[in-house]
Design a protein around this ligand. Structure first.
Ligand code: PRT
Ligand code: MG
Length: 205
């Protein structure tokens, strides 16, 4: 039995065609059901659909053999118990610092609102900047507008969300794409099976 962890939303949408090309397909009715464990066309392959940030957790603990998660999520989670094997080049975006246009960013301690606490701290540490990081779970763009923070660290794709909230990109922290990750122990015990699937996915990228 092979279990694949995917997150709902854009990663799932962009992963399904990749799995399909590798020979793993999920029926429309299965996808439209509210089931969390989805059957595939193969009896010995199941797909679990969970929150993006939970994907590395399931993989780390061996509850899934492999999974697909954004590099943003992987940087926050750390490499513990997982191997990153493949860059799928999907769900691409940029992790950036953004603020109001006229914001003074030279203060001695910057207030930074973000869901990406670890990446933000590491970035500002490398810059030699002292920061107070405020953890949020969403709607980061709101923070500078209501005076909660001086800037934000968030994902940017088209830039429309920043623009709509009168924010401007300040600095690129990291280019993001989705990666295929495996449980490091499963990679050793189920090596042949996992390698075969990775090979099939890789061939069709
Ligand atoms: O389940 P949960 O709510 O925690 O996750 P989620 O809603 O963030 O999941 P989802 O489906 O959005 O997928 C998240 C993953 O997609 C991230 O981990 C990234 O790896 C990847 N990804 C790629 C993005 C974006 N592009 C992206 N643009 N995730 C989020 N965004 C958001 C961004 O946070 C901002 O609010 O889109 C907005 C910016 O987009 P633009 O186009 O206006 O710049
Ligand atoms: Mg969401």
């Amino acid at each position: 039995m092979l279990t694949i962890a995917l997150s709902k939303g854009r990663i799932l949408d962009q992963t399904l065609p990749l799995l399909e090309k590798a020979g793993i397909s999920i029926s429309k009715s299965e996808l439209e059901s509210r089931k969390l464990i989805l059957d595939t066309n193969l009896n010995d392959v199941k797909v679990i659909v969970i929150r993006a940030s939970d994907v590395p957790v399931f993989v780390q603990h061996g509850a899934a053999d492999f999974g697909i998660a954004g590099k943003d999520v992987l940087l926050e989670h750390g490499a513990n118990g997982i191997f990153e094997l493949l860059d799928l080049n999907i769900s691409k975006c940029r992790l950036m610092v953004a603020s109001k246009k006229d914001q003074d960013l030279n203060k001695s301690t910057l207030k930074v609102a973000t869901k990406y606490v670890k990446s933000a701290k590491e970035y500002f540490y490398r810059q030699g900047k002292q920061v107070e990081v405020i953890k949020l779970y969403g709607a980061m763009e709101l923070a500078p507008i209501v005076g909660l923070s001086d800037c934000i660290v968030d994902l940017v794709d088209t830039g429309n969300t920043l623009k709509a909230n009168n924010l401007v990109p300040i600095a690129l922290i990291q280019k993001i794409s989705s990666r295929l990750i495996v449980n490091s122990a499963a990679f050793n015990t189920k090596h042949k099976e996992i390698k075969l699937w990775i090979q099939k996915i890789k061939q069709n990228l």
